[in-house]
Design a protein around this ligand. Structure first.
Ligand SMILES: O=C(O)[C@H](O)[C@@H](O)[C@H](O)[C@H](O)COP(=O)(O)O
Length: 255
């Protein structure tokens, strides 16, 4: 798997370069098929995306975008803990993606996580409409991920049995060590079939976990993201990377 680790001097420059990469990914996707499929996580990611995307929204073909969530908390869609609400407030409400192409969890199933995960897999199946038995997993054009201080990504937490899921596209958990406890998440096979996976992590608080994952190759959940046919990018800032000593870091000229 090809891997590129970028460090930028600020969140602003990171966001602008990320926008540029998403534009290239969108154009590449639309040259192949008539849609651009993106999965988003929560945390600070939607705000960082907003900083880049909303500065030049006219560059994008929003009517081709399909938004899914890399993970979601099983709460009503307008709840303060909802990743969908976070993304809407950050940028989705301000770009013309057709509502039918933004895919939150089914709000009627937030009290039934197993059914919510199954329903979400069906939402994915409808968009990806896989043909042929050989195609087992959807291929997202881009999956955008954050990473917690414990190395979790999506809702894949250290030492959790979900790390071994190799069949389902979407799983659920009721024992997330980070509240709220009940969530659904994309599984490794889906993340690792994506065309492009991008981690975004900024700030000095990420130094210890980045040392473990990038310098020491510890198999924490984020470190186990390994796209089979795709490219893995780390979008980091100088603060996050300051203590890395073993990792080759690309410092592109910023746009
Ligand atoms: O579901 C969650 O609990 C969060 O979404 C979480 O997974 C977040 O993405 C990471 O902790 C990174 O968060 P930051 O981007 O804020 O560092």
């Amino acid at each position: 798997m090809p891997r590129t680790v970028y460090a930028f001097p600020s969140t602003e420059t990171l966001a602008a370069n990320l926008r540029d990469q998403l534009l290239r990914a969108q154009d590449e996707a639309l040259a192949k098929h008539d849609r651009f499929t993106v999965a988003l996580s929560g945390g600070s990611l939607p705000q960082t995306l907003a900083q880049g995307l909303l500065a030049h929204p006219e560059s994008f073909q929003w009517d081709k975008w399909h938004i899914f969530y890399a993970d979601e908390r099983c709460v009503p869609l307008d709840h303060a803990d909802s990743n969908h609400r976070l993304a809407r407030e950050a940028f989705l409400d301000r770009v013309p993606i057709p509502t039918s192409q933004i895919h939150p969890i089914n709000p009627d199933l937030v009290d039934q996580p197993a059914a919510a995960a199954e329903d979400y897999q069906h939402q994915l199946m409808r968009v990806f409409a896989l043909k042929g038995a050989a195609v087992r997993f959807p291929v997202f054009d881009v999956i955008l991920l954050g990473m917690g201080p414990d190395g979790h990504t999506c809702s894949l937490f250290p030492n959790h049995p979900l790390l071994d899921e190799d069949e389902k596209w979407v799983s659920y958990l009721t024992d997330s060590p980070k509240p709220p406890p009940t969530r659904i998440t994309l599984t490794y096979p889906v993340v690792n079939h994506a065309h492009t996976v991008i981690f975004v992590a900024t700030g000095a608080s990420k130094q210890p976990v980045l040392e473990r994952i990038l310098d020491r190759n510890e198999p924490l959940p984020a470190g186990r993201v390994n796209p089979i046919h795709g490219h893995l990018y780390w979008y980091l800032d100088d603060a996050a990377t300051a203590t890395l000593t073993q990792t080759t870091i690309d410092r592109p000229s910023v746009i």
